[in-house]
Design a protein around this ligand. Sequence first.
Ligand SMILES: *Cc1c(COP(=O)(O)O)cnc(C)c1O
Length: 366
Amino acid sequence: MKTSNPAAAPRTLLLTPGPLTTSDATRAAMERDWGSRDAAFVALSDRLRRRLAAIAGGAGTHEAVLLAGSGTAAVEAALGSLIPRDGRTLLLVNGAYGRRMAEILRRLGRDHVVREWPEDEAVDPGELDAILADDPTVGDVALVHCETTSGLLNPLEAVASVVRRHGRRLLLDAMSSFGALRIDAARLGLVAVMASSNKCLEGVPGIGFVVADSAHLATCAGQASSLSLDLFDQAAAFRADGQWRFTPPVQVAAALDAALDQLDAEGGVAARGARYRRLHARLVEGMAALGFETYLTPALQAPIIVTFRDPGPPFSFERFHAALQADGIVIYPGKLTRAPSFRIGCIGALDEADIERALAAIARTL
Ligand SMILES: *Cc1c(COP(=O)(O)O)cnc(C)c1O
């Protein structure tokens, strides 16, 4: 911001898949120092673990294991710690985050098969059923809940029910849905739900976490080939003395705790999801009025982030992005392998007025 009085400048709106716009209260929670062995910090970590397990629908059956790192660290920790070293994993892929899980397993040297759908199609539970019937050696299945690449919502309930029926384990990358869309880890029989502090929970970046089935986790000693990403060892440390094994991101944890207070005050996951749906509906409607088309059919779209087709010349994404940035509004390039596109998120500490501000700025740039 070039202004001499930053307080007078409109705040920056991050209409991206994360990091996201955070509230003043969340950022204010970072203003103090904590010793990692302070009783108050141990209590805070314990509270975070219980709150995150409850949000995942796993209170009593699952436990949240927190790590310093971005969301990908949590995904890597889950795949590396919870899947047997000699296991075979089926990856259901329809975007970049599904492909990233394949890359993680490749680097870990773990056997896996990939079933890939086009980026504008949901994962098909019927095909999954056939693959599992055909291949009894697949022990684990991994799915991305909301594929942030396109903004598509995969059919979690149906996939989980097929995986359960075949007696296999399901790991869910819920990075961009956790806190906004209902996830019922116990009822769906999920072995792991992976997410991070800085998406729909509206915290700041720095914590990745896995809400893991406690009974399964108890069988995973010595399975991870990474020291710092070993969920079994970290869960054991939390249980033994409440400690993170390595330097905890103390301010990030405090901010996440404050952000969870705000989630509760808002009315929990259902209320947050409802706010995002309102912002999403207004965004899509306003963009349509300006001539922009969405990439996905509405039935597949999650109220998280929207991919718009690049309308082609004279439109230039670079100029569009730069003009909005000058107005304090940050949008994201597309991530699709085929169609030229860009993305606008509707998650974070935002309200209707912020979407109106963004739409007005977009109209001006055109
Ligand atoms: C954001 C995201 C991740 C992980 O992202 P990081 O950049 O490592 O925080 C993983 N999966 C999905 C679906 C995501 O949206």
